[in-house]
Design a protein around this ligand. Structure first.
Ligand code: TXA
Ligand code: MG
Length: 602
């Protein structure tokens, strides 16, 4: 389905702005699409009785039209207008779990458009417990058809920002209601037969449902065979897929999982700070268990890196695993690993709460592979593993030299949620400062801008600003850049070197930079020889690559280093070629530079 931007900007509405909520509800009744929060994930809502509005939702999502939407209500009284019959079974589940993270499939009433149910004679009904959703749905007054607010196939959004990432310009407005409590979509239960069938596991578990049933049990859809299985059309589609390849790391048998009784937890991420010091305090048995949990991550990472030293690996894991990595202190392994820590390793409600945002976060870090913690418990673990399994179940083994699947261009996001800002700075050094080092500075500035904003890796919710400059070991101060290099950089990036004036490197300049990268090896050696106390932050492009395990070999297996010949005196084509080569190197080094400074994209 064609996806066409309909709005210059999607309006972002604060949840306490009552007038704006009412305005959004009115727009919804007039056929517009509104993103809204729920306790499971964000939804993309429209008037369920308006077929044209429903088509807009399918279009904004890029979703196949044969996958039905569920109807959201703000009041249980609305159910009778949506369905043709409420069976005693359905009534039992309504009484027990609504409002809450459950969708109950019943026979539909005529008032619901065929577009909403994709032609089925049944409809899924859901009453969210999220206070903002509840208020908004009451203002709407009509049943609101809504799928999760992600682009079809992408992880469901559990924060307003992720909705904006997928939907900016495609829908009228998004209501920001904070993080979704559960983080996984509702349990879908078909109640049209005699026994309830769980079509999609969620935070309302089979055990929860069984506990309110007399003389019967809920059936998991996958366990029914052949044509007796009522199908949820959505289950046949690929889901929750980040751009990176996902692999599940198994939890050792017998590990005690916590948070499996999801209903009733407040969904808050548990205090997840677990440091190397905590690790030291553990008994031998406890420490051994953690190393057991961490070892699938470490072994698989090393295997991936031995096949392809350029692999970048994202970990969706618990804080103890990060502590094991920190204790291990393997520079190359760490340089290739991006962490998204959800909480305590064994806490499946934290893992569920953070899963979709975690997959999105690791995607933004442009990792090639995501290794994610698996759970082997009952209850909520079933829903978590269902989603993770779908995210994992698609791609082939990454082969050396194979690029990760194409990602769309990053769109800088307007929401600014940082409590503070740290800074870091990188300096490029050559002999003079009118050609190669200036070129590096200009290219790096552009890369930094393109990938903004950044957050601190050490301090949660803290922004990170990155500066970049250049200097020359033997440079004269105040010279204009080489006009040929200026032209080459302009051709490559649209912006030249005109803002860069040459200057000589000196200790004061070294002092205010956190990472110093020289164009050639001898230059790094010269700086270190003169100022041994700063040796830990001085590298050449080549030694920086090597320190991060980026070993390149030529066809005969010889290790290659980054060598950038000085183009001065050569023709323009040589300059352009050089600028392109530097750009390619810097693109490769970029994530390692970020990591060295202590920042991540966000
Ligand atoms: O938590 C949730 O359920 C979220 C929030 C926004 O409420 N919504 C959500 O919607 O996840 P969606 O469209 O992404 O997933 C709904 C699932 C799909 O797998 C769909 O096939 C299934 O429910 N479904 C909807 N109506 C159905 C029906 N009448 N019969 C069987 N399955 C149905
Ligand atoms: Mg969905």
């Amino acid at each position: 389905m064609d996806r066409e931007k309909k709005y210059k900007k999607t309006i972002l509405i604060e949840s306490d702005d009552d007038a704006a909520l009412k305005d959004a509800a009115e727009h919804l009744r007039n056929g517009e699409v509104i993103g809204f929060p729920t306790e499971t994930v964000y939804g993309l809502g429209c008037d369920a009785g308006n077929g044209e509005a429903v088509k807009k939702v399918f279009e904004a999502k890029g979703r196949p039209a044969d996958n039905p939407l569920i109807c959201h209500i703000g009041d249980k009284d609305q159910i009778k207008d949506i369905v043709s019959e409420i069976t005693p079974l359905a009534q039992t589940l309504i009484d027990a779990f609504m409002p809450g993270p459950i969708t109950i499939v019943m026979k539909k009433a005529d008032s619901i458009s065929d577009e909403t149910t994709a032609g089925l004679d049944t409809v899924g009904v859901r009453m969210p417990s999220h206070p903002v959703a509840n208020k908004f749905l009451k203002y709407c007054g009509v049943p609101v058809a809504a799928p999760s607010a992600n682009l079809s196939g992408r992880p469901s959004p559990t924060g307003a920002r992720s909705v904006l990432e997928d939907m900016d310009g495609y829908i009228y407005a998004i209501i920001d209601g904070g993080d979704s409590e559960f983080g996984l979509e509702s349990t879908v239960v078909d109640c049209t037969g005699t026994d309830p069938v769980i079509l999609r596991p969620g935070a309302v578990t089979k055990a929860d449902i069984d506990s309110v049933l007399k003389n019967k049990e809920a059936v998991m859809a996958g366990s029914l065979s052949g044509k007796e299985a009522p199908r949820s059309p959505g289950m046949k589609y690929r889901h929750y897929a980040p751009y990176a390849q996902v692999e599940i790391m198994e939890m050792p048998e017998g590990t005690k999982i916590t948070g499996d009784d999801a209903i009733g937890t407040d969904g808050k991420i548990a205090d997840a700070k677990f440091t190397v010091d905590d690790l030291k305090k553990l008994s031998d048995d406890e420490a051994k268990e953690l190393v057991n949990i961490a070892s699938p991550f470490i072994l698989r990472s090393r295997e991936l890196l031995s096949k392809n030293p350029f692999t970048r690996i994202g970990l969706y894991c618990g804080s103890e695993i990060k502590a094991v990595y920190d204790k291990l202190n393997d520079k190359i392994l760490s340089a290739h690993t991006e962490f998204c820590v959800y909480g305590k390793t064994v806490d499946v409600s934290c893992a569920s709460h953070g899963l979709f945002e975690g997959l999105r976060f690791l995607d933004v870090q442009e990792v090639d592979v995501i290794l994610a913690q698996g759970f082997n418990g009952e209850g909520l673990s079933v829903a978590y593993m269902n989603r993770l399994g779908k995210a994992a179940g698609k791609k082939e083994e990454l082969t050396p030299g194979m690029p990760a699947p194409a990602r769309p261009a990053r769109t800088p996001l307007p929401i600014d949620a940082f409590k503070d800002t740290f800074t870091g700075s990188v300096l490029f050094v050559d002999d003079n400062n009118i050609s190669l080092s200036a070129c590096c500075e200009a290219l790096m500035r552009r890369m930094l801008e393109k990938n903004e904003p950044y957050i601190s890796n050490s301090e949660a919710d803290t922004g990170f600003e990155i500066y970049c400059e250049s200097a020359g070991l033997t440079a004269m101060d105040g010279l204009d850049p080489d006009s040929q290099m200026d032209k080459a950089v302009r051709e490559l990036t649209g912006l030249g070197l005109s803002s860069i004036e040459s200057r000589r490197a000196n200790p004061a300049i070294y002092d205010c930079n956190d990472l110093i990268l020289t164009v050639r090896d001898e230059q790094a050696f010269a700086i270190i020889k003169a100022f041994p106390e700063i040796k830990d932050k001085v590298f050449s492009l080549s030694t920086f690559a090597a320190a991060n395990g980026l070993v390149m070999k030529d066809s005969s297996g010889r290790v290659m280093s980054i060598s950038v010949p000085d183009p001065s005196g050569e023709n323009y084509e040589t300059y352009l070629h050089t600028a392109k080569a530097l750009n390619a190197w810097l693109e490769i080094l970029f994530p390692y530079i970020l990591k060295d400074l202590g920042a991540s994209r966000v």
